[in-house]
Design a protein around this ligand. Sequence first.
Ligand code: AGP
Length: 609
Amino acid sequence: MCGIVGYIGGQQATPVILEGLKKLEYRGYDSAGIATLSEGESATRRSEGKLVNLENLLREQPLTGTIGIGHTRWATHGRPSEINAHPHKAGHVIVVHNGIIENYLQLKEQLKQSGHIFKSETDTEVIAHLVEEKLKTEANFQKASRQALTELRGAYAVCILNEKEPGTLIAAKLGSPMVVGLGSEEYFVASDIPAILAHTREMVFMEDGEMVVFSNGEANFSTIAGSELKKTPRHIDWSPLMAEKGGYRHFMLKEIHEQPRAVRDTIAGRLLESEGDVYLEDLPFSDRQLAAVKRIVIIACGTSWHAALVGKFYLEGYCRIPVEVDIASEFRYRNPVIDESTLAIVISQSGETADTLAALREAKTRGAINMAICNVVDSSIARESAGVIYTHAGPEIGVASTKAFVTQLTALYLFTIRLGRATCSIDAPSGQRMIAALKKVPAMLEETLNLNDSVEKIAKKYMNARDFLYLGRGKNFPIALEGALKLKEISYIHAEGYPAGEMKHGPIALIDEDVPVVVLVPKNSAFDKTLSNMEEVIARGGRVIALCSEGDTEVGTRAETIIEIPNLNEDLDPLLLSVPLQLLAYHISVLKGTDVDQPRNLAKSVTVE
Ligand code: AGP
């Protein structure tokens, strides 16, 4: 789980690469490094910890050269340390790599027997030695690299330099993301679009098994096996500013505030109001195909899994088709029952989560009709799915997912309308009503964001608690799980989400005056039951923070603290309820001084198992 950046052109490579790495820090940040080539010699700077350490080192010991590669690391093989930081060098070959080389121990053994001496504990160093080894018998750098890459098992996005061929940069991909940016007489390679967006919007998305050789002002694409390829660039219209903090103290806060816009963009151009239907441009299924669906399986990880749990309520409730929700890392190994009448929906913000990608492949192998709900255009999951609903949240940089989540709920709701119309379980007037409600969401999210200051005060009151409980029923139970996950991720406070009715079967034993209990109790069909569960908590001395509907007269008389959300409806309340929970986690984290955007031990996109 790392980020790579490569540059070749007329500029000094180091600043280009460093800026690119900053945009990729969300992919991992335990160490970083850059290597450049100048006059046939390479120089490398690496440092443990965050990128700022490397930046300081480069200030003291600058690097020159117009060709270079850089890396920000999230350790898999070998502890976080300078010695394990990339780039890795063997002889004249220098490498950065994202992914895992599964046969590295075997290769390392063979290379050691041929006299190679290893300095790090990484799997990556094997790649550098292997290319160096191949160069002993094959002087052509390109050919030697192909030979080496063919022997690697596992996943990689790799950039390779050779001091003996100082005008060439080679990049290749198998299983890890890689995008190539085409500039004017210059080229960029990166793990993700924001790293190079400041320089070009013309991008080529590399597929598995592909390689690109940059030299003499040209980029030549081919398969790793050697067949030439013609790749068509895509114009990416994200502005670099969209990926910046936009004046907010943290990306997470900016992204929380972007939610009205994100939902607006996700529904834009998709509503067929008079027909009570929606148009999903990248979903190539006919009504007949959709009507043949007998069962739905939704598969995801983390926050995306919480969205899936809400989706089950939407799809079963309106379309009357059984829905199973699975965690991707479980699904892929449990021999799931899937056939041609099963619709597999994978949900992923990044579109690169290894477990979700593997689950998608598993479902496809078993013949499922498949689709993705995805934020990152042309990501692996989006590319490999038969259909996709893009969430249009824009780049999400904060490790804690916020705007991606509410747009995933939006996409699930849109798909429910589409499926319901295709299967005739939703008639046109009902579809129209659903659309009318959905259209209110952006404005209501804006209203909900006005809670920011009051939630900050609440955060001050409860920030020293050691444990939190989050309770909700029905569609709001996944929101309780999501609220607890947000708090855990960024404030490091232990938190658990529970179905409110399940409390009395055990967790109620945890309640005392030290445990704040966040109860989601908006006016809905489960209101009375949830209120009773809240009373059970209060009776045992629990301190309740209740999220209720605006104007509610009952909850406020019982709970210690209330947060009122605008009145919308039972289906869409989960989107509004998410906002104060995100803000609560955010402010507690800021007050505790933890790293909001890059919490410890986490990475934005989990591209390893
Ligand atoms: C959410 O705040 C997380 N950091 C994490 O749970 C995330 O949702 C999960 O890793 C799935 O990522 P994806 O949506 O990119 O597949």
